[in-house]
Design a protein around this ligand. Structure first.
Ligand code: ADP
Ligand code: MG
Length: 235
């Protein structure tokens, strides 16, 4: 589903070249939930950006859904990102003059598509946004803004959703809800999800945990993990 081969990305800085990704090989299977952990600066965001076609590689290749992203022209890449990839950014990127509902539906509108009404309701209700749809981002709490950003990524049922610390600023209850929704997207709708998180407990809701260190995959663990087991035994 998502594949990287020898993926390398460096950044020129005043102190010299920083290798953010050091020849990463990775296969992510369809319908799986993968968490990416690792210290600050280990390359987590860069990995998500290159897998989503938001940043180019210096060497190596990335493909999504059997489509090679490496070397695609900008217009083709834009179409792939729009049609196949959902991205939840660390900074959410909502448009301030659009309501929550307009923000959620924007990617579909840009693609000239309509939301399936049942799926739209599932997403909106699953994220507890039904009574917030007419609000502007400035009228929403941080947690609500984050949920709108997640709804926007889910609404088009993309081949894969990348989420960069989607629960970063949320209280523990909202964090639990967001993780539960991502988990349900995988289990009930066969969605593929790749999520960066700092918290081991959040990562343990995934099927697989990758730990990055200095731009390499230092650890690759397969679940089920303790947190998933704890959740499953709750009444
Ligand atoms: P993480 O998300 O794990 O904190 P990043 O992927 O953001 O790590 O960054 C990995 C490394 O690449 C860090 O050393 C960071 O400083 C560097 N880096 C990332 N983006 C840029 C950029 N646009 N310019 C220069 N250096 C960058
Ligand atoms: Mg980051």
């Amino acid at each position: 589903m998502v594949r990287a081969r020898g993926a390398r990305r460096g950044f020129a800085t005043e102190a010299g070249v920083v290798i953010a990704l050091d020849r990463i090989d990775l296969d992510i299977t369809r319908g799986s939930f993968t968490a990416v952990m690792g210290p600050s600066g280990s390359g987590k965001s860069t990995l998500l950006h290159v897998l989503a076609g938001l940043e180019a590689l210096d060497a190596g290749s990335v493909s999504v859904d059997d489509l090679e992203l490496t070397g695609l022209r900008d217009t083709a890449l834009t179409r792939v990102r729009r049609d196949r990839i959902g991205f939840v950014f660390q900074s959410f990127n909502l448009l301030p003059m659009l309501t929550a509902e307009q923000n959620i539906l924007l990617p579909l509108e840009l693609a000239g598509q309509r939301a399936d009404p049942a799926w739209r309701d599932t997403v909106v209700q699953g994220l507890g946004l039904a009574d917030r749809l007419r609000h502007l981002p400035s009228q929403l709490s941080g947690g609500q803004v984050q949920r709108v950003a997640i709804a926007r990524a889910l609404i088009g049922s993309p081949a894969v959703i990348f989420a960069d610390e989607p629960t970063g600023n949320l209280d523990s209850r909202t964090t639990g809800e967001v993780l539960e929704l991502l988990r349900r997207c995988v289990d009930e709708y066969g969605q593929t999800v790749v999520m960066v998180t700092h918290e081991r407990e959040a990562a343990e809701r995934a099927d697989r945990i990758l730990t990055l260190s200095d731009g390499r995959i230092a650890r690759d663990e397969s679940g089920p993990f303790a947190a998933a087991a704890a959740e499953a035994t709750q009444p």
